[in-house]
Design a protein around this ligand. Structure first.
Ligand code: C5P
Length: 417
């Protein structure tokens, strides 16, 4: 068995007696270093408790399609997109029938329909149910759809009959999971829709990302905690959506994204120069945490400390790159987008920025002490345009990037640009 660790498995637990074996499967998956999130159907909760699944996965269990608290924690689409593989165990006759027909009446089946990752199912049911022509038809349909199966095995069943229908043992399912995780688990889009993912084909996008470093002397500088993750993710998604993408990055430890022309700069002044050189463009997205000030007189020699003497720096204001682009009379991109990191009065301040910097959209986020946005993986934003506002749930920075790119392509289309 080739073991891959640190993958994300979404386990959908169906309502069958074999559900108890899933507890063992969760333990094994975690021993292999995988992150496991579970969704339980109502029927599954008749066999094992949410509490035991929560304790073993170390994560909350999701079970309700219409729960606003669950949805605000993690939207149901995100739940299925966030995983590397979806595992259905036990895959009951009822779940298989729903999957085969594309029904989506509860959280489990909705996720199975909405997933962009492969599905591995471990069927378990009574022998007559397994052999019934309806189940045979459903299995054939699901195999055609690309669902992968492990089991069922023949043996004595909980109902006393003997034959095929027993769910595979946890170690067998684990081996099947590991084999799948070693491959690419993304589902390709149907060819007729593949074009829709290139929503920015023929467009040019400029993105700024990361912090800036403002020198004090040859060895010291002023900086901030921006990691560049959000800006880099946006540039990467824009390029994947077909845009000719230029990323102007301050000093970060991230790799340059694929298919993006990345220009490296240190200071705010260099960043502005690089942005102006990259214009014209259809979209400008200012994600960089540009330093507001720079040292007025940078010395060329290292400043010596003098014991007991206070030392002060005179700072001068840096150019506001976003405002410079937003207010351009010539070559202003059709869409100018900024971020606003605020620790209080988020909405009012973001709205003020939209007007002051002449932007078309501001994504505002809370960077108060508890938010962990700076340098973290997640982002929770409030999106403001001149017309409306909406708040997005906490999302991975990659998902924020995807939503943003789709939103911007729709805005361009709306305006007939
Ligand atoms: O005014 P504030 O710094 O909060 O504005 C944040 C937005 O403005 C971000 O989009 C950031 O990239 C941009 N900005 C800029 N140049 C500056 C300061 C901020 O482009 N000097």
């Amino acid at each position: 068995m080739t073991a891959s660790s640190g993958k994300r498995v979404l386990l959908i637990i169906g309502g069958g007696i074999a559900a108890y074996k899933v507890l063992e499967l969760i333990r094994r998956l975690r021993e292999c270093g995988h992150f496991v999130r579970a969704v339980m159907t109502r029927a599954a909760q008749e066999f094992i408790t949410k509490l035991s699944v929560e304790s073993l996965t170390g994560n909350r269990v999701y079970d309700d399609l219409f729960s606003p608290t669950e949805e605000s924690g993690m939207g149901h689409i995100e739940l299925s997109r966030d995983a590397d593989l979806i595992v259905v165990a036990p895959a009951t006759a009822d779940l298989l029938a729903k999957m085969a027909h594309g029904l989506a009446g509860d959280l489990a089946t909705t996720l199975l329909l909405a997933t962009d990752k492969k599905i591995l199912a471990a069927p378990a049911m009574n022998l007559r149910m397994w052999l019934h022509p309806a189940t045979r038809r459903n299995m054939a349909r699901l195999q055609e759809d690309g669902v992968i199966f492990t089991g069922p095995e023949a043996g004595e069943m909980a109902c006393g009959e003997y034959g095929p229908g027993r769910m595979s043992e946890p170690l067998t399912i684990l081996a099947a999971i590991e084999a799948r995780l070693a491959e690419d688990t993304r589902l390709p889009l149907a060819p007729e829709f593949a074009g829709q993912s290139r929503v920015l084909a023929g467009r040019r996008v400029i993105v700024t990302s990361g912090p800036t470093h403002e020198p004090i002397d040859p060895v010291r500088y002023i900086a901030n905690r921006s990691s560049g993750r959000q800006g880099h993710a946006i540039a990467s998604v824009a390029a994947a959506a077909g845009a000719d993408t230029v990323l102007i990055s301050g000093p970060v430890t991230l790799a340059d994204p694929a298919q993006v022309q990345t220009r490296h700069v240190e200071t705010a002044c260099e960043m502005l120069e690089a942005v102006e050189a990259a214009l014209p463009a259809d979209i400008f997205i200012g994600v960089a945490a540009v330093a507001d000030w720079r040292v007025a007189a940078v010395t060329h020699q290292k400043i010596k400390k003098e014991k007991g003497r206070e030392f002060s720096l005179t700072l001068t204001e840096n150019p506001d790159i976003l405002a410079c682009v937003g207010k351009r009379l010539e070559n202003r991109p059709a869409l100018v987008v900024g971020f606003a990191a605020e620790s209080e009065d988020i909405l009012a301040r973001a709205a003020a920025k939209l007007t002051q910097k002449n932007c078309d959209m501001i994504l505002a986020n809370d960077v108060g002490e508890s938010s962990q946005v700076f340098g973290g993986q997640k982002n929770e934003v409030l999106v403001l345009t001149r017309k409306d506002q909406e708040s997005w749930p906490p999302l991975d920075k990659e998902m924020v990037a995807r939503r943003l790119i789709l939103r911007l392509s729709a805005l361009l289309a709306e305006r007939g640009e």
